[in-house]
Design a protein around this ligand. Structure first.
Ligand code: UDP
Ligand code: MG
Length: 165
């Protein structure tokens, strides 16, 4: 059965020019990319994304890391889709702690632990289907994904929107 997973190339990955390397590694999975964009991560988005880690001692540093305080203020967000997508992507990412991750994994090859104790591990990938759904809906609008993976409704909105001038 097809499933989807959220991938983020974190600010350290972008600062280190690792976008190509990461995408090449992920292409080994033969999964489809069904959404992709660059995002400047607000504190609000960061806190929502990592809400489950709010009580951890490294939370504040983690928020600074993902919002780009230490690198570039951008993240590349992607949705990968296909059979076993969550596990396939997590396997190539490697363990959360880059020092414990397989040396050939993305995190093992390119990650580091900062002196402040944050795991700068280059990439985020959803851990399970519930997280994937929560995270994809947080980072993407329905029309930014080219496959209908979750039900969506048409809503009348009068909100102001920027258009090309
Ligand atoms: N993290 C950290 N120290 C820890 C655990 C996590 O700096 O002891 C950071 C790391 O960047 C990690 C993120 O917090 O990727 C989210 O943690 P989680 O436990 O969800 O790990 P992941 O799912 O990213 O492997
Ligand atoms: Mg996680």
């Amino acid at each position: 059965m097809g499933e989807q997973t959220l991938v983020l190339i974190k600010p350290d990955g972008l600062k280190k020019s690792l976008t190509g390397n990461v995408l090449t590694r992920l292409s080994e999975t033969k999964l489809d990319i069904i959404g992709a964009k660059m995002v400047q991560v607000s504190r609000e988005l960061a806190e929502e994304h990592y809400g489950h880690l709010k009580d951890k001692p490294f939370f504040e540093e983690l928020i600074k890391y993902i919002t780009g305080e230490y690198h570039k203020k951008k993240v590349m967000a992607l949705v990968y889709w296909g059979e076993g997508a969550i596990k396939k992507v997590r396997d190539i990412c490697g363990s959360t702690n880059p020092e414990e991750a397989e040396p050939v994994s993305i995190r093992g090859a390119y990650g580091r632990i900062t002196t402040a104790g944050v795991f700068e591990n280059v990439i985020h990938a959803s851990e399970n289907t519930a997280d994937a759904e929560r995270e994809i809906k947080l980072w993407f609008e329905p029309d930014e994904i080219i496959v209908d993976i979750y039900p969506a409704a048409e809503v009348e909105e009068t909100k102001k929107k920027r258009r090309w001038a």
